[in-house]
Design a protein around this ligand. Structure first.
Ligand SMILES: [Mg+2]
Length: 167
């Protein structure tokens, strides 16, 4: 049995039932950037994501971004969305998630990690005690390394398909 399956899956960040997350006691949301919040190698679709982030803030969620990307890119995106951030988070390492908890100032049980990669966002989130929501990647323009990992990710998700719940 693979231990780090997502608690929930969703098509994308715009399809998640955030009200249900709130009802489940979640108050802090941590988003991955690339291929979750925005397209990889593209900065043109921020408006819709920005509206969502503003809406979530208004609904009472505390938000942050955690990315394995550089400080420059992460800080730029976080600045655009007006949220705190962790760069070079080395997901799935626990250290990055501990920093997220400090930023959100909430216990892990009240935090959700939302991301598109099983072996970084979801595995790290699960290990740290977060609720996890795995989104489908926005597009498949990805590095060779990520594409390689996707092969195993796909195998695992296919194997446990029946146990994956949508939110
Ligand atoms: Mg990603």
């Amino acid at each position: 049995m693979y231990k780090y399956l997502p608690d929930y899956i969703a098509e994308g960040i715009f399809d998640i039932d955030y009200k249900k997350l709130y009802e489940l006691g979640i108050r802090g949301l941590c988003f991955d950037i690339d291929n979750t919040l925005i397209e990889m190698y593209n900065s043109n679709i921020h408006d819709k994501a920005l509206s969502l982030i503003e809406k979530l803030k208004a609904e009472g969620f505390t938000l942050c971004i955690s990315s394995n990307a550089s400080k420059k890119r992460t800080a730029f995106i976080a600045g655009y969305f007006g949220v705190e951030y962790i760069y070079r988070a080395f997901k799935p390492s626990k250290r990055g998630f501990d920093k997220v908890l400090m930023l959100l100032n909430l216990p892990a049980s009240e935090c959700a990690m939302i991301g598109d990669q099983l072996f970084t966002d979801i595995k790290g989130g699960k290990k740290a005690g977060f609720l996890t929501v795995m989104t489908k990647r926005i597009n498949d323009s990805e590095s060779l390394y990520v594409r390689f990992k996707r092969i195993f990710e796909k195998m695992i998700l296919k194997k446990y398909k029946k146990g994956l719940k949508k939110i």
